[in-house]
Design a protein around this ligand. Sequence first.
Ligand SMILES: [Zn+2]
Length: 262
Amino acid sequence: MADGISSFWGPVTSTIECCEKNYAYSSYIAEFYNTLSNIPTILLALIGLINALRQRFEKRFSVLHISNMTLAIGSMLYHATLQHIYLQFNLGNSRVMKPLWYGRCCYTCTSSTHQIGTTCSTMPTFLFLYGALFAVVHSVIRFGIGFKVHYVILCLLCVPRMYKYYIYTQDVSAKRLAKLYVVTLVLGSLCWFCDRVFCKEISRWPINPQGHALWHVFMGFNSYFANTFLMFCRAEQREWAPKIVHFMGVLPYVKIEKPKTQ
Ligand SMILES: [Zn+2]
């Protein structure tokens, strides 16, 4: 983590640092790979957003994609500058935007079961208040581990919903999306963990595999698969005849056909 070229952004004020060497390639970018590795997330979210808007999906799906994009841009700023202020912005974003994200996700799930009733608004309202409260408490008392526990709890809240959907859907391509979601999550977490825990050992290797940058890439795909899967399930329940098709033969996305009356 020794500094190379002189830094444009001044001394590092961030408390969290990754295993990448600072200012190794440019005096404008503190962590080169950790900064650039956010680009796939932004592009994927942009593709998702265009798809959601073009086919007139409900607004919450655009919000999902935009929140992913905002997180990636925040992460880029943070890794490029290593200034504490961007870390604050980023963590705040994850603390507030992510709960909203999950609230929306669960909302999508509950409201789409056709039994639109109390369960439909209770969960997102609860998550929204919880997210707001957590953000306030966290800005006063800083508990590093609390942030991680909070994040894990939110992930766990969403998993049963996703699993229920996975069981319900008959579409093989949609099921594959759910599997890809799990695979990217596991691989990404593994990269993040190794970068964090084995940094000393990894730094002695001739080439640093850039675990943290890989985590960014995997999580970009992870969010995209999650959103696409949710879009598919939502479209299925609204009877929009969704199909998983592939953009340029590779990237899966949802294509729908709304009945004329809608
Ligand atoms: Zn990062």
